[in-house]
Each structure stands twice: as C-alpha cells, then as structure tokens.
Design a protein around this ligand. Structure first.
Ligand SMILES: Cc1cc2nc3c(=O)[nH]c(=O)nc-3n(C[C@H](O)[C@H](O)[C@H](O)COP(=O)(O)O)c2cc1C
Ligand code: SF4
Length: 380
C-alpha cells in the first residue's frame, strides 16, 4: 500500500468509484481528497461504528470478523490525507466488537503497521477506540465528533464540512465501517477491478442484514444492483406472511411486498422509485402488524432521539406522535391529512440534519402504500 506512494493510492480510489456505505452514498475520493488538500498539519481519520439502526448488525459483523480490513482502510485514509491519528467510535453496546478491534489494533502495532515511521516510509499513524454511550444521534457525523470532544452530541451546521473543520476544528475524514472495509478490497483488486463489480454508478458489493422473519436470517453480501427478489429467494423467503420491508432503519424506507419484484438493491434505483436503501438493515413487517402503530413508533423514535437543536424536529416529532396517538385512542378523532402533510414537508425542508429530514420518507411510503388500511385514522 505504501510502496506505490500516496498519489497512486488516491488515483486507485478515484478509479474505483467507491461511495460511502453509511447511508448517503457520498463519493469517498472527493471526501478524502478534500482532507488531503487541507493545509493544516493536524488531521484525523474517524471510523463511524455507532450503528444505531434497529435491525442492522452489518458493522457489528465487520468489527468482529473483519477488523483488519477496516483498519487497513483507515491506514490508507491516514496515508492519503496525511493524518497521524485514527479513532474508531464504537457504541458501548458492542462489547465484543470493542474487544476484537482492540486485539486487531494490537496485532497491527506488533506487525509494524501502526506506530512511528511505518515500514520506513516516514508515516506515523496510531488508532484508538472511543466508546459511544449509545444515542442514535451520535451516528450523525458532526454529533459524533462533538461526542469525541466531550461535548453534548448536538448536530453542527454545515458547511464547514468535517474535511476542513472537523474534530477539534481540524480536517477530518469520517466514514462508515463498511466504507473503510471496502477500501481494503480496492487495495487487493485495484480501482478498476473494484469498479467492475456492482452497478455502474455505485460500484462494489453491499452487506445486508436480514431479520428473523426471513427463513435464513443473517448477513448477506451481494453485488450492488442485484434484484431485491433474488435476495429474498436466497434467504428462503419468509417464515410468516409479510406485508412490507423496512429497509435502512427509520431513516430508510418502507417497501411494500408488491414492489419487491421491480426493485434492485442499488442506491440510485431505490431513490428513483421513491425509496432509500440507507445502511441496508432489513426488517420484515408481519401482515397482521398495524401500520398505524409503525407510524406512531417512527414519530416516538424521532422524539426520543432528536438532539433538540432545531425546532422542526424537536417540536414536530412530538406533535406528530400526539396526532397519531390521538387517532389510535380516540373514536372520533382523525388526523387532518393536510396538516400532517404540512408537518412532513416542514421536517423534510427545514430540519438541520438527516434525522428530522430523513424520517418523513418512511412515513410517506406507509401513507402511499397502506392508505386503505390507514383510512379510519386520517381525513381524506
Ligand atoms: C441521525 C443520523 C444517524 C446516523 N447514524 C450513522 C451510523 O450509525 N453510522 C454511519 O456510518 N453513519 C451514520 N449516519 C451518517 C453519517 O452522518 C455520515 O454520513 C457517515 O458516517 C459518512 O460515512 P460514509 O460516507 O462512509 O457513508 C447517520 C446520520 C444521521 C442523520
Ligand atoms: S433534525 Fe433533529 S436531530 Fe437533527 S439537528 Fe435538528 S433537532 Fe437535532
């Protein structure tokens, strides 16, 4: 990795077309290059292992079974950007992950891949683990950086982006666990080899976690672009009758079973169809589960996890939950659909971060595809 120099490695990364796996799909080369170009001497590389999406254990799998791949990706980031410190932010609810990552770090120190003047290339790089206390918002990149700094984990306004003003105000690369692990594949296959896998605009493979309503639950690795129906077939179908899939957690989407056959597991085709792949943890929703309860749960989740910095999310989450709960409890009360749509639009358009801004998509999917079931609870 070090022998061919920084520029060569950066070029391989550009050619690979690697995009982030944490949910937003931002091109990795652009992020790393921005940090590389920053003129400050002190820079950081941060691995986001906060994985808070219910039903997602993709990062947990990688942390426990492929820790060296993640660390190789972080070392590559440090080498390209000129950073000397790497931090892995792991939620404390993953004690086994913390243990195994620490063992892998110790092994790399022993092998001379971490420390001072690594293999004689004049490159110094250390990696430390930081334990997160398990708030969902700490997965949002700026809140995560504030948490490492010992501050209240509130979202920061962007720009400036972390690549120029990140941890302790210094240029910082922050990526998801799976993104770093993919860099290791680029080191092995080369940029072009990596690009030859997956979809044209979204190269490589993707891990997905399937819950226990599938016949064969677990972690699956697929080439990006695979038909969603093939994935369901590979998992042996469902144990019980299912009406929808919640994909990518609360900030992802809700796909009704009727749409499974014409969707491909690809960020762009999901977006074109009005869905969002997110980090791709998948929970199957049983046929007899009331969708109004899922709506209530989504707003309750938003209210619980909101960092409280901006009004639309702080207040809108509670008002949304109140409306739904009243419609469930009260015999005569129906949610005013115009008011409700206005709330969703306000959240989408004016929230400061992807928590308030991203949650309405799942709500909209449910309203669109389960409108008959929801008729008793909403005005038309
Ligand atoms: C509320 C919220 C929670 C998030 N949680 C995570 C998380 O647990 N892990 C993660 O990698 N990204 C999470 N993200 C996305 C990060 O802010 C950021 O985009 C990501 O770490 C960038 O990495 P990537 O480019 O490799 O995907 C979250 C975003 C939001 C808005
Ligand atoms: S959208 Fe919610 S979580 Fe995000 S900054 Fe606003 S209050 Fe905080």
């Amino acid at each position: 990795m070090l022998a061919n120099g920084r520029t060569h490695l950066a070029e391989e990364l550009r050619e690979s077309g690697l995009r982030g796996r944490g949910g937003a799909g931002f091109p990795v080369y652009l992020k790393w290059n921005a940090c590389r170009m920053a003129e400050e001497a002190e820079k950081y590389v941060v691995c986001n292992a906060d994985e808070g999406d219910p039903g997602s254990y993709i990062d947990k799998y990688l942390l426990e079974w492929r820790p060296h791949a993640i660390l190789a990706g972080m070392i590559a980031a440090g080498w390209i950007a000129g950073a000397e410190v790497g931090l892995v932010y792991i939620r404390a609810e993953y004690p086994e992950s913390i243990l195994r990552m620490q063992n892998a770090i110790d092994e790399l120190v022993e092998a001379g891949w971490l420390g001072s003047n690594i293999h004689g290339y004049g490159f110094n790089f250390t990696i430390r683990i930081i334990k997160g206390a398990g708030a969902y918002i700490c997965g949002e990149e700026t809140a995560l950086l504030r948490s490492i700094e010992g501050q209240r984990p509130e979202v920061s306004v962007r720009p400036p982006y972390p690549t120029v003003h990140g941890l302790f105000g210094k240029p910082t690369i922050i990526n998801n666990v799976e993104t770093f692990a993919n860099v290791r594949s680029i080191l092995v296959l080369g940029g072009r080899g990596f690009k030859s896998i997956g979809a044209r605009s979204f190269s490589g493979s993707k891990l997905l976690s399937l819950d226990s309503h599938f016949m064969k639950p677990g972690i699956y690795e697929i080439a990006i672009g695979m038909p969603l129906s093939d994935l369901v077939d590979a998992a042996g179908g469902f144990r019980i009758p299912i009406k929808a899939l919640q994909i990518g957690g609360p900030l992802g989407c809700v796909v009704p079973v009727s749409r499974i056959d014409n969707l491909h597991v690809d960020y762009d085709s999901f977006a074109e169809a009005g869905f969002s792949l997110g980090h791709a943890g998948i929970i199957a929703i049983p046929k007899d589960f009331p969708m109004i309860r899922l709506l209530e749960h989504l707003f309750q989740f938003l209210a619980n996890e909101s960092c409280g910095k901006c009004f639309p999310c702080r207040i809108g989450s509670v008002r949304g939950r109140e409306l739904i709960s009243r419609a469930i409890d009260g015999e005569k009360f129906k949610v005013d659909r115009v008011l409700f749509d206005d709330l969703l639009e306000t959240l989408e358009e004016t929230s400061l971060c992807g928590l308030g801004g991203g949650l309405p998509l799942s709500v909209r999917n449910i309203l669109e595809y389960f409108n008959v079931e929801l008729e008793p609870y909403f005005t038309s």
